[in-house]
Design a protein around this ligand. Sequence first.
Ligand SMILES: NC(=O)c1ccc[n+]([C@@H]2O[C@H](COP(=O)([O-])OP(=O)(O)OC[C@H]3O[C@@H](n4cnc5c(N)ncnc54)[C@H](O)[C@@H]3O)[C@@H](O)[C@H]2O)c1
Length: 268
Amino acid sequence: MDKVLITGAAGRVGRAIRPFLRERFALRHFDLLAVPDPDPREEVVVGDLNAPHDLRAALDGVDAVLHLACVHGLALSFEDSLDANYRATLALLEATREAGVNRFVYASSHHVFGAHRREGFDAATLPLAPDAHYGLGKAFGELACSMYAHRFGLRTLIVRIGNADPTVADDRALRLWVSARDLAELFAIGVAHPAIGYDVVYGVSTCPSPLFDDPVARRLGFQPRDRAEDHLDAGFVPYEAMPPRLGRDYVGGAYALTRLPTQLGDDA
Ligand SMILES: NC(=O)c1ccc[n+]([C@@H]2O[C@H](COP(=O)([O-])OP(=O)(O)OC[C@H]3O[C@@H](n4cnc5c(N)ncnc54)[C@H](O)[C@@H]3O)[C@@H](O)[C@H]2O)c1
């Protein structure tokens, strides 16, 4: 059974996908926080991706890396994201290469396209347009993965995740929602599919008027099993009831309209 190192495993996505992945892989969970209640197929390592000793120990004996760890948030500044989203991703890629591990799955986000308007959006033809510092860090992470894939042959799957909440909160999420089961399946494809070189897929289940078409995931054999419409939140907010100032017309929602924290400060 392949052993997979999961960074950021104590977070929302890590906890949600864990039951699906541990059926297929031996898991080593790595996070600043301990993952609770491991079973015999799971190891728990508490550590910091920016501590070289922690990183080397975490990678010892693994076959693949699933990189979920990050910081995020509407008000996230570049400085706030520098350690977790830039330095840690590069350090992990370098340590992965050094350890001779040849599989990497990167949890990216639809926020790399977040500044585009939803109307007429087409990920296949439009350039990346991050909506804020979180999405900008994800675009950096994708490029860092691409550098390691193309220079060192690291087999890499980029998964641009839609919305991975347990239920579908509003009309924007409805068009890019993903279940934990479908997301775990895409991650498993990244870990094990023989044809992965450097590939980019979208982490979305079956959605009405989907924002992302995903020919690459289909080519890799991915067939979503869950439908967003079957998982509407009790307080689901339709488009008409979403305040325009919260970004209902943008791929990235509120991220696309929130004031960007500036490094210069307010009085500069
Ligand atoms: N949740 C979603 O809807 C969604 C949507 C798009 C993309 N994603 C991506 O999926 C991934 C997981 O998201 P999430 O919602 O679980 O986030 P989360 O904030 O719940 O979890 C992130 C985890 O990373 C850990 N972490 C941060 N810095 C670390 C470091 N230096 N060393 C070790 N661990 C560290 C944190 O302790 C935390 O447990 C992220 O990369 C995110 O960008 C999530």
